[in-house]
Design a binder for this molecule. Structure first.
Ligand SMILES: [Zn+2]
Length: 236
């Protein structure tokens, strides 16, 4: 698909000795494809930090978010508001041969930058920054007010932009720990300023208020512990 940037490979060598980046619950390592049409090209390997409370659902949430983001980007590209392509990196779940641990593999993105966050931080001083704010606004309109695609980040190339690690916020909070729900959507639009790429016909939430501290990083929902329950390790 035109909106997808894929591994086109089944094998890579990952350098797990050096962390390339780290998020709140994942680590990123660099590597190179060793098979397929991308042989020799750089890739990244994302692994969840051991013991993370998100461990079990992490991969599935990532795949669900990317699938929904790709659908929204396809619709946005179809509007032809900009004359360059927006594509989304498509991660795949691969297995390390030695440890059998799972990892997400996707092509490396050059010239990485961030354009907005799920708490409403925005970079709209460049054309791409403005186009990304418009994409976020459009996602709400496209989904009939059910979703907002944000945390838009990636790399600008001569003929377009490649995005990775997006966040989808939903009214029913179905896209994992970075989905801040309706409060997140209303908060995002409290800070959104329409630009030349936005269309006046696009809908916005009727309630708009800042409910989260605005930060460039990705905000996650606190996971509530169930204090009434026994610990797994508790002895009787
Ligand atoms: Zn707008």
């Amino acid at each position: 698909m035109a909106e997808s940037r894929c591994n086109n490979s089944t094998s890579a060598a990952i350098d797990s000795s050096v962390e390339y980046a780290r998020g709140a619950f994942k680590k990123v390592y660099k590597g190179k494809y060793t098979e397929g049409s991308r042989t020799g090209q750089p890739c990244v390997s994302k692994v969840f930090i051991s013991g993370s409370v998100f461990e079990n659902s992490y991969f599935q949430h990532e795949m669900d978010v990317v699938k929904k983001a790709t659908e929204i980007v396809r619709a946005f590209n179809g509007l032809e508001l900009i004359n360059k392509r927006i594509v989304i990196n498509q991660p795949e779940i691969w297995v390390f041969r030695d440890s059998q641990a799972l990892t997400l593999i996707e092509p490396l993105i050059e010239n990485f930058e961030k354009f907005n966050s799920n708490s409403g931080w925005t970079q709209d001083t460049t054309s791409w920054g403005q186009a990304m704010q418009a994409l976020a606004h459009y996602s709400f309109h496209y989904s009939n007010g059910q979703l907002t695609l944000c945390d838009l980040q990636g790399g600008v190339y001569s003929d377009g932009i490649v995005l990775t690690d997006p966040v989808v916020m939903s009214t029913d909070r179905r896209f994992g720990p970075t989905d801040l729900g309706k409060d997140g959507i209303d908060s995002f639009f409290h800070h959104h300023v329409c630009n030349n790429f936005c269309r006046s016909s696009w809908t916005r939430p009727s309630r708009r208020m800042g409910l989260f501290p605005v930060v460039k990083g990705t905000t996650m929902m606190e996971v509530k512990t169930q204090t009434g329950r026994n610990l797994l390790t508790q002895r009787f």
